[in-house]
Ligand binder design. Structure first.
Ligand code: ADP
Ligand code: MG
Length: 306
């Protein structure tokens, strides 16, 4: 279908990022519900066209581990990106678990890692695309237990340069080779593998590994100069988990494994064969607790207002 921005009505806000807002919208003619990301951009007509062509290709080529993409529109200098609505992003989800004082179960971490690597592998093999912006907020979950990556294809155009990272004050997920500058291979597939490693450390420990109190510049220096982050053994998890992270976070990208190699890692092989852990049930249960908390909070507000 072709979507016209004028036929979209806003339902509610789903989230906000450094470059714009994501809203749930209904497409009046069809009743379809989309997540629409609006990015304010002053890109010229020529790069709009180039971006359109690239995005158009992604309407068809998609896999289970990628958020479905329905099209992009340019309106009043803004880019509107239409995609499938998911229930929660991984950054919000892991913080809910921190609030509940519970660690994410290893089978959950393994299923997330597997989905991200499978999605990235599909993008590379079938679309010759590297993501470049893997981080918890670009990994989305739903109550059915699906794990999908989003924001592929636009990162090269609009976001995620080193300069922007420093300006936007984002936490660094980028690998040493991208900060160091010299390397021509800064955009190799291994860049995404590093970002997945940082993501796994963050969601399993509950904090981003690079110093919270440091300036963005100091954090980037840490990425290049310090030994790679790891998860403290004392918090648990299997040897396979710790080894998988160590592999993802090999500082020299030449030695860092690519997707195809990682798919053979015991941590992911186990995840693929694991039928005992119910991902959908786990995600639903955490979201349900959050809903109950919200309801109670609203009830309290009402009572105090009376
Ligand atoms: P960032 O990824 O840097 O947080 P974005 O603008 O890409 O910024 O997204 C903002 C937020 O919107 C995300 O953190 C996520 O919680 C939410 N979001 C994005 N896409 C979707 C989607 N398809 N379904 C549900 N929520 C989404
Ligand atoms: Mg995003």
């Amino acid at each position: 279908i072709e979507i016209d921005a004028r036929e979209l009505d806003r339902i509610r806000e789903l989230g906000r990022g450094a470059y714009g807002v994501v809203e749930e919208m209904i497409h009046r003619p069809t009743g379809m519900i989309f997540a629409v990301k609006r990015i304010h951009s002053s890109i010229n007509d020529e790069s709009q066209k180039r971006m359109s062509v690239e995005l158009e290709a992604m309407k068809s080529g998609c896999c289970e581990q990628m958020v479905r993409f329905f099209g992009a529109m340019f309106r009043e200098g803004d880019v509107w990106i239409c995609m499938e609505v998911m229930d929660v992003s991984l950054d919000k989800f892991y913080r809910m678990n921190v609030d509940l004082h519970q660690r994410l179960p290893e089978p959950f971490l393994a299923k997330v890692a597997l989905a991200v690597i499978e999605g990235l592998n599909f993008m590379k093999e079938k679309m010759e695309l590297i993501h470049r912006d893997i981080k918890p907020s670009n990994i989305l979950l739903n109550r059915q237990g699906a794990v999908k990556i989003c924001d592929f294809g636009i990162s090269g155009h609009l976001t995620n340069s080193v300069a922007k990272t420093v300006n936007a004050g984002c936490k660094p997920y980028m690998p040493p080779e991208r900060i160091d500058g010299e390397s021509k291979n800064a955009y190799g597939v291994q860049a995404d593998v590093w970002s997945l490693g940082i993501t796994l450390v963050e969601i399993s420990t509950g904090t981003h590994p690079y110093g919270r109190w440091k300036t963005p510049f100091e954090q980037l220096k840490q990425v290049v100069q310090e030994p790679p982050p790891k998860v403290d053994r004392s918090i648990g998890y299997s040897d396979e988990f710790h080894d998988f992270i160590a592999q993802c976070l090999i500082k020299n990208f030449v030695n860092r494994p690519k997707h195809t190699q990682l798919l053979k890692h015991p941590f992911l092989v186990k995840a693929k064969n694991d039928t005992s852990f119910n991902m959908g049930e786990f995600i639903s249960s955490v979201l349900r607790v959050e809903e109950v908390k919200e309801e109670k909070f609203l009830q309290n507000l009402n009572m105090n207002g009376e």
